[in-house]
Design a protein around this ligand. Structure first.
Ligand SMILES: [Zn+2]
Length: 334
């Protein structure tokens, strides 16, 4: 009975939420090269996605964000603004604690306060990988799961950890930096972060190409027609050749899958998640059957048997949708 009453209360709360939040919010994704923005209602994009190049310097970035908001407000009522940004974010204050090389001068910017004061709208600011993980988890209806780990395989590797529908942000707002898990020894590869042997240096797009270079520089052109392209080969070309039967290209693809799995195995043993959602530009090259087989071989059976590894759904819109969902949740919580 208690359960039934709880369900009824929860249903009423949900109805209240639905009534209150029929107003769309803006989702903004601030990356190193572009600033994307769209209106979101019920986790769906309900406008065009506007994109502008990311300007250089904090002042100009804020001006660009304010202009995007003002442009949307000309024709629409907006209920709030969710911003996904590169860098480490103190979500309570909305301040950028640590920036990336892609956004010089961004560190220290109290972006939430500035945008709230200028627009009088509620604002939520989140690390972009966390925002994307939040969006993917909620859109996939996985918010009731104990743990969902979203891994973004792109030029680098990013991630986000969602525990019972809430982001796990760690003690210093830096949880989910999964790309910097150490997966090798002996200083084999330098990572973009300055450390050696991070997962990102092996499992990302850059890592794939580094592996291709290592393997191709040791074979003759009789063994692979890619042998002479060790420095210029692309991921697409290696995949294409692997599919046409080039055994050296197949070895590169297999090795990359082993590298991707090495990080997943560490995460699985740490988090025991319900599932991994794999996103990012490199995810289209993943052979999920192979990944699963390698993962099961290297993971404790109790964990390996249950953990699912699935492709994420939202693509490049995940940050916008996740940031929008976060500001809606913040409005409801307040
Ligand atoms: Zn690193």
């Amino acid at each position: 009975m208690a359960q039934g009453t709880g369900a009824a209360n929860s249903q009423q709360a949900q109805q209240g939420t639905d009534i209150k939040h029929k107003m769309p919010v803006l989702g903004i994704d601030l990356g190193g090269t572009k600033l994307s923005c769209a209106m979101i209602l019920d986790n769906k994009i309900v406008s065009d996605v506007r994109k502008v190049p990311t300007p250089k310097g904090a002042g100009k970035i804020i001006d660009a964000i304010l202009k995007l908001i003002a442009d949307f407000q000309k024709d629409n009522l907006i209920g709030g603004v969710g911003i996904a940004t590169a860098g480490i974010v103190n979500v309570e204050t909305g301040e950028i604690l640590g920036s990336t090389g892609n956004l010089p001068g961004w560190e220290g910017t109290p972006i939430k306060t500035i945008i709230e004061q200028q627009t009088m709208l509620p604002v939520h600011v989140e690390n972009d990988a966390n925002a994307a993980a939040y969006g993917e988890t909620h859109v996939a209806n996985l918010s009731k799961k104990a743990c969902v780990c979203v891994v973004t395989l792109g030029t680098g590797i990013g991630g986000g950890i969602v525990v019972f529908g809430k982001l796990y942000r760690g003690a210093h707002w830096a949880a989910g930096e999964v790309g910097h898990i150490k997966v090798a020894m002996d200083n084999r590869r330098l990572c973009t972060c300055g450390l050696f042997d991070c997962w990102e240096a092996f499992g990302s797009g850059k890592g794939f190409l580094a592996t291709a270079k290592e393997i191709l520089s040791q074979v003759s052109k009789e063994q692979s027609e890619l042998a002479q392209l060790a420095d210029t080969v692309t991921v697409e070309l290696v995949i294409e050749n692997a599919q046409s039967g080039d055994v050296v290209a197949q070895r590169i693809v297999q090795t990359w899958h082993e590298h991707v799995v090495s990080g997943l195995v560490s995460l699985a043993h740490t988090l025991d998640p319900d599932c991994f959602l794999v996103s990012g530009g490199m995810s289209k090259f993943v052979n999920y059957d192979l990944l699963r087989e390698l993962f099961v071989d290297r993971t404790l059976p109790r964990i390996a048997e249950k953990v699912e590894i699935l492709p994420a759904q939202l693509g490049t819109d995940a940050g916008i949708i996740g940031a929008a969902r976060l500001v809606v949740d913040a409005i409801i919580a307040n």
